[in-house]
Design a binder for this molecule. Sequence first.
Ligand code: PLP
Length: 422
Amino acid sequence: ADAIARYTAANPLSLAQHRAAAQVLPGGNTRSVLFSAPFPITLTHAQGCRVTSLDGRSYVDFLGEYTAGLYGHSNPVLRQAIVQALEGGWVMGGHIRAEQELASLICERFTSIELVRFANSGTEANLYAISAAKAISGKPEVVVFEGGYHGGVFTFAAGAPGPLTAPFDFVRAPYNDCEGTRALLDKRADTIGTIVVEPMQGSGGCIAADRAFLQMLREWATAHGALLIFDEVMTSRLAPGGLQQVHGIEPDLTTLGKYIGGGFSFGAFGGRAELMRRFDPTQPGAFGHAGTFNNNVFTMAAGAAGLREVYTTSVVGPFNARGDALRERLNAIAAEARFPMQFLGLGSMMNVHMHRGPVRNVRDLAQSIQALRELFYFHMLERGVWLARRGMINLSLPLGEPEFEELEAAVASFVSHANALA
Ligand code: PLP
C-alpha cells in the first residue's frame, strides 16, 4: 500500500492521462499487457536504453518492448533506413525490393525456413501457420501447452480457456512433461494434426523447454503425420537461427515477430519449401494469404537493415552471453541473501520469480509469492528501472555495464527492503 501511494503521488500526469484515455479506450488500455493497477505510466520519448515518462522521470529500459526492442531506441542505422524509406514514399500497393531482402536474411539464418511469408504481428503469423498446418495435415486438433502464449487470442495460461480464444480445436498439454504429453498425443493420434510450442515459454515466465521434450514432439509429429510449429516470436533472438538452432531440431513451420521487424509491426511464418509452396499463387488451389500491410515499407526497410548491419550473426552470441552473465549475477544476490527469488531464462531474456526450487512448467510456479513480485515491480520503478509488471526483463543492444550495475543495485535494495518488511 505504501509503495502504491508513493507511485500515485510521483506520477500525477500519468494518472490524469489514464483518466482521459479511459473515456475512450476500455480501461484506458489498448494492450492488456501494459495495464497495471492503479494506473500505468505514460511514456513520451525514448533514446538509447532509456525511456522518459509524461511525469518527466527517466528509466533504464529493461523491458525492451517484450523483446521487440532489441535494437534500443533510435538506433542510427535503423533510423537511416527508415528515413530513406520515408523519402521514397509508403503505402504504394505493389511489391518493394526490401521484402525480398528481409526474406533472404531470414531464410539464410533459419535453416528450417526455405520460404517465408510476412504478416503484421506474431498473432497473425500464428493464425496463418496454425490454419495452414490444419489444412495440410487434414486433422482438426491443435496441441498447445499450459502457460503457452502465441498472441492475445492464443493465450493458454492455467485454467479454462478464455472467452476470446480463437475458434480452433485446441488441446492443452503439460509443458516439459514428456510422459504426460506423449500419453495425450497417443490417445488422440487420429485427430491431432498440429503441435504449437514455444521452445522457451516467454509470457509463461521464461521457462525453457528441455531438448528431450522438443525432440519427442519432433519425432511424434513425424511419425503421426502432424505438423510441428515452433513459435520463435520471442526466442528467435537467442541464436542466429533461433532456439531451434541451439537444439538442432527443425520444426515444420516457424513463426517469427518482434525485433525482426526492426521495431515496427511485424510477423512472419515460414518453413520447408514443400509446405510453404502451398501459398504460391501459381499453384492450383493455392492458400490465400493477404494483408494490406504485410510488406509495409518501414518494417521491411528497418528489419532488413537491422539484420544486415546491426544484429549480425557475430553479435548474437556475445549479446546473449552478456544476458547469461547478468542473470547469474542477479541470482547470486538472491542466493546470498537466502531470498526466495530467482531469475529464470536464457540469454538476453529473463523473468523474476519469487520462488525457490526448479521451475519446469507453470505448475511449478503455483506457490510463487505474487505479492512480492508486485512489490518488486513498484520498487524497480521507484529506482528508475523499467520492466514488465510480470517481472520480465529483455536486454537491448545499448544496455551496458553501467545499466547492469544499476539493475543489480536496485535488485539488492529490493531484497533488503523486502527482508526488512518480513
Ligand atoms: N508468440 C509469442 C511467443 C509471443 O511472445 C507473442 C507476443 O508477445 C506473440 C506470439 C504475439 O505477437 P504479437 O504481439 O506481435 O501479436
